[in-house]
Write a protein that binds this ligand. Sequence first.
Ligand code: ADP
Length: 502
Amino acid sequence: MKKTYLAALDQGTTSSRAVIFTLAGEIVASAGREFRQIYPKPGWVEHDPGDILDTQVYALREAVKRAGILPEQIAAIGITNQRETTLLWDRKTGECVHNAIVWQCRRTADMAEALKEQGLGPMIREKTGLLPDAYFSGTKIKWLLDEMNLRERAKNGEICFGTVDSFLCWHLVEGHPHMTDATNAGRTMLFNLHTQDWDDDLLSMLEIPRAILPRVIDTAQVVGNLRADILGAPVPVAALAGDQHAALFGQACFERGMVKHTYGTGCFMLMNAGGEFRLSQSGLITTLAWRLKGKPTYAFEGSVFVGGAAVQWLRDELKLIGSAAESEEVALSVPDAGGVYLVPAFTGMGAPYWDMYARGTLVGMTRGTGRAHIVRAALESIAYQSRDLLAAMKADGDIECAALRVDGGASANRYLMQFQSDLTDMPVQRPKVLETTALGAALLAGLAVGAYTDLADTAKTWQPGDTFTPQMPAGEREEKLKGWKRAVRCARYWAADREEEI
Ligand code: ADP
């Protein structure tokens, strides 16, 4: 039987999906199922591990069914996953000791603060590329070991830790392999990017026994065969990658300086930073793009906290629009934002400002300001914040960047994409296949089993959809950016008792 398809399991924060691709990177079929979000306390977020498994297996079976293919025709499966979410399970029975602690969960915020207060920030940053934060798995593991009183059992090798990729492998692959890939390992705050191994200083900092950790493999590497009872055929699972890393791969950002930007509720930007580790001066994270044949490629990562969420806010709170898609038509009903700027710093501002005290601000209104101006300003705010991130990345890496490759829900907004291109003075490229995360996982798996010869071969699957080219005169761009910087200063000045110059 000819193996002419690839499958991706995309285990996300709110749903598990599966996508079947041809080797040319075209989507044949997909399926998905949402699952329950568990909020035991304000700021705490958990998932039921059983839900993760069940929805993922359902999605895969359903996608194969919809594709109308035989499992024997699938050359390989790639797994991509919500990052940092933490599970511990019993090595003998596979039973999880607790619900999964989701990346968003803030239960260990104090622990992360304490690490900063002890002055451990620079050491963590130099080894892992990360800033100490409760997002990353390390403090979540410590919390579980402490709260569940598991340290002795952990030392004795009775407990396994895994991020979602490891957890899925352990349960879905023959022989219960306990493995993770380097991109996922890199999000634990325990993995040393220089040695490409778990780090003893970081492990002892959080009192985590090495015995619980999975073996770290390349991003494109065969883990083993899918359990035969799942699809009825032993298809190889051949890639593991964190979701943002898979998207960077799916966008074929293989050269240093290539950038992908995902416009979702929040927006995630990753830039290929090449083979050398380098720290950012603007508070961006240095992370692995992927590791292939033992060789790491690095990336800078930054996020816009409120991206598409600003559009949801217009719809749900201000009721200025009926749907997210309507924002485009309303914005285009006026020639410009009329001097209005929205800084949606609802939860503070991230890179390059890092100001947790900043708050949402709407400035520049006159008696003539109407709904359309505010809607337009909200869309523009997504582009301004994204442009700031990009400028920081370019400066930090001393990297030239030729184009922005985009995906995610809000990338459907043509006005936003055009304005983004105008602001960055760069082409914005939206690929034909917007499922870049799933595509990346599938391509990595294909690479591991020899369906592609090299990166250039996988890059052939990237097909341009729409390209937006800069139209705005330089003077107008400069004026707009100046206005945005002033608006950001207003948002930051708002915080009480802060008289200092910003
Ligand atoms: P996530 O994966 O974070 O749930 P998605 O990639 O599904 O996000 O994108 C959803 C976000 O995109 C929402 O915040 C929504 O407001 C925004 N969005 C969707 N379509 C549009 C559009 N046409 N214009 C502007 N924003 C949009």
